[in-house]
Ligand binder design. Sequence first.
Ligand SMILES: Cc1ncc(C[n+]2csc(CCOP(=O)(O)OP(=O)(O)O)c2C)c(N)n1
Length: 551
Amino acid sequence: MATDVHHSSTVDKRATATVRDVTYDLLRASGLTTIFGNLGSTEQPFLADYPSDFRYVLGLQEASVIAMADGFAQATRRPALVNLHTGVGLGNAMGNLCTAFQNKTPLIVTAGQQTREMLLLEPYLTNAEPTTVPRPWVKWAYQPARAQDVPAAFMRAIATALQPPAGPVFLSLPLDDWDKPSEGPAVVRTVATRVAPDPARLDEFADALRHASSPVLIYGAAIGRGDGWREATALAEALNAPVWAAPASERTPFPENHPLYRGELPFAMRPLSDKLEGHDLALVVGAPVFRYYPYVPGPYLPSGTRLLHISDDPGETGRAPIGDSLLGDAVLSLAALNDLLAGRPRSNGKAPARVEPATPSTNGSGDRLSAADVFAALNEVRPAGAVLVEEAPSNHAELHAAWPITEPDTFYTFASGGLGWDLPASVGIALAERETGRHRPVVAIIGDGSFQYSVQSIWSAAQLRLPMLIVIMRNRQYTILKSFAELEQTPGVPGLDLPGMDFVAIAQGYGCDAARIEDLDALKQAAANAWTNGVPTVLEVPVSRQIPPLV
Ligand SMILES: Cc1ncc(C[n+]2csc(CCOP(=O)(O)OP(=O)(O)O)c2C)c(N)n1
């Protein structure tokens, strides 16, 4: 349905509304009144006389800007608006734009462009190929052909970002467009964000589930994104089937304390396939088939296991190497399967008894704490409803064993493996917690290597006075790369150690409260105190340098 915002009296009173006026009206009407940005001369005409009902969140480097917006968008379940500095700012943002694309986060990324008058001769700061630079990590990239097209281009950008699979889009905006007369008020449209599955195909899937003797469910991040724990739990219970989280899920799809939960699948072929032994049917919902990391040759699935796959992303259903697919929203599909299977007796016998995850070794080395001990201590003082964000690559398994995710929307990480996303994303998530009134405390667990990629985001968090606890796992090395080197048998790789950094000084320098913590009592005390500090608390925790096996 098209809505005309011409009813807005502010629009009516203006003799000639400019492209800028109309664009701000459109953004306002679309609920996009927070701009995450880092600006330069090419953005200043857009930002001049910044409207008082808009908020500007300054990030000091574009990687942080994009990921703060991504976290904010995910935690508010709304699109977010980003404004960067022409081609150079967009370039800095590319790593986290790649992550936002794989996270399926609707971001309207914009950047200024040199004035149209001079573009032909490529003056200083020209974005020479504005629609090439952000590819392939945007769904659409565009520089309006005329100034008057800017508002409608924004509308198309918003619609494109939101429609499934959601993702970032990019607009390049020449700096001389803003004062041009508009061609009338903005036209605000809305679009659907979910696509229902084909009912006939769904019947076939329900039939296969009905006839399976030992089905297994593999749930992915789309269920978390779509707020579908209820539907996911209902299907698992109706089938009495074990549930695995898909490998490296960026959002938690299922309560990790549920008796049917088995853990997260390993992200390599052979060990993943081994975990599914004995099942005649595997249903994957809302995840790729599969997200792998190291190459451990082996079958995709045990022989005799059939795979069914539900995703709203044709890229995912297209590239799956095995299985039969159904294109459609994960949560709508689960709800429909629940309806189709209603009344079905629990005929598959009993689900295998719950296997408690192995308790990781708690050996610290020398006088250093083990990561498992750190996480157990943090979990002990974990405030109610705490939201966990994690980018500590070699500690992922220990963290999940110590800190099960039992409430929806309380865990976030990246879908890409591109470091430098989680720290700034946690800032955006904390801002969203405040903005939505949920006010849940945000705890970020960040590796000492990972911390450095978007370190300046803690300045934004301090300026916003966000209550956050950031724990740095200080093992003085790129541990996971050492694990990788062992698996791949590549000894002698340089550049894997990280001596000589003072995280307390860095964090204090950006305006945070900070301390180095070397024992568990002090850790619990500092973590409990973090919530009354008024600014983020950064704790540097020296931990063991053990190299865990990669798979
Ligand atoms: C943007 C980016 N650069 C480099 C890498 C390669 N990389 C993967 S893991 C890793 C080390 C991470 O170290 P740290 O955060 O200290 O965690 P640890 O492995 O010690 O747990 C690196 C450099 C990456 N994934 N992304």
